[in-house]
Design a protein around this ligand. Structure first.
Ligand code: V4E
Length: 216
């Protein structure tokens, strides 16, 4: 796919019978996946403190960038269960965005590997996820993730082509989550939050202070 898509995503705590709940709501099981994510940042956490997440998922580099919420939308603290992120895959676009953000000259950079060296980006997290994927009506995907460090989380997702589709997607996901009785609770945090809380409390604390991550 050539153009970047906006991922609208709503996390939930998977109950023991979540597969059944999804199937009874018309979901179809699509696939089992297994992938390893390796996240990088510099020693000042220049990317993640700006809510930019550069990772290599198996062999492909991916950049997740925040998308501005609607002027009429709720405050981030109230709205942080439904996330909106631009997903960027082509390496030239990743190089361009990260270089701009970090104020570095990208003219000699041919690959993300070159960028890592120039911007002094180092691995700060690496974990493997087992994912079960389901398709639901209205273009919704549900995924159930379990990581190799013992964290489980569910996500409802809609991929949007442009900003105009985003607020409708947020509403669709909120209604669906409510109708399915999907749990939001103190444990409704994503894999990265759980990983940093467990493995790098200093980084986790700075991201909470910067209001990039939130505790539920
Ligand atoms: C965007 C983000 C991070 C990067 C990982 O994003 P996430 O969607 O959790 O990962 P994953 O593996 O499910 O990606 P997918 O396969 O869906 O593309 S780490 C933290 N954030 C921001 C963030 C936030 N502020 N609050 C919540 C609840 N989640 C994520």
């Amino acid at each position: 796919m050539e153009f970047p898509l906006i991922e609208v995503e709503r996390k939930f705590v998977p109950s023991v019978d979540v597969d059944q709940v999804l199937m009874e709501s018309g979901a179809q099981f699509v696939s089992d996946e297994r992938f390893t994510d390796l996240y990088v940042d510099n020693t000042d956490w220049a990317l993640t403190l700006r809510n930019h997440w550069l990772r290599r998922r198996d062999r492909r580099w991916e950049l997740k960038c925040p998308v501005a919420t609607s002027a009429h939308g709720p405050e981030p603290e109230l709205d942080n269960l439904t996330q909106r992120y631009l997903e960027v895959y082509p390496e030239p676009e990743i190089i361009c965005k990260v270089s701009d953000l970090m104020g570095i000259d990208s003219s000699s950079l041919c690959s993300v590997n070159d960028l890592l060296i120039q911007a002094e980006l180092l691995e700060f997290a690496k974990f493997t996820t087992e994912r079960r994927c389901f398709e639901l009506p209205a273009g919704v995907t549900a995924v159930l993730d379990r990581t190799d460090f013992g964290w489980s989380v569910g996500e409802l997702e809609i991929m949007c082509k442009d900003q105009g589709e985003v607020e409708r997607a947020v509403t669709t996901l909120e209604h669906l989550a409510r109708d399915l009785g999907l749990e939001i609770g103190p444990n409704t945090i994503g894999k990265m939050s759980a990983y940093l809380r467990q493995n790098n409390p200093a980084h986790y604390k700075r991201l909470l202070e910067a209001r990039v991550l939130f505790e539920k």
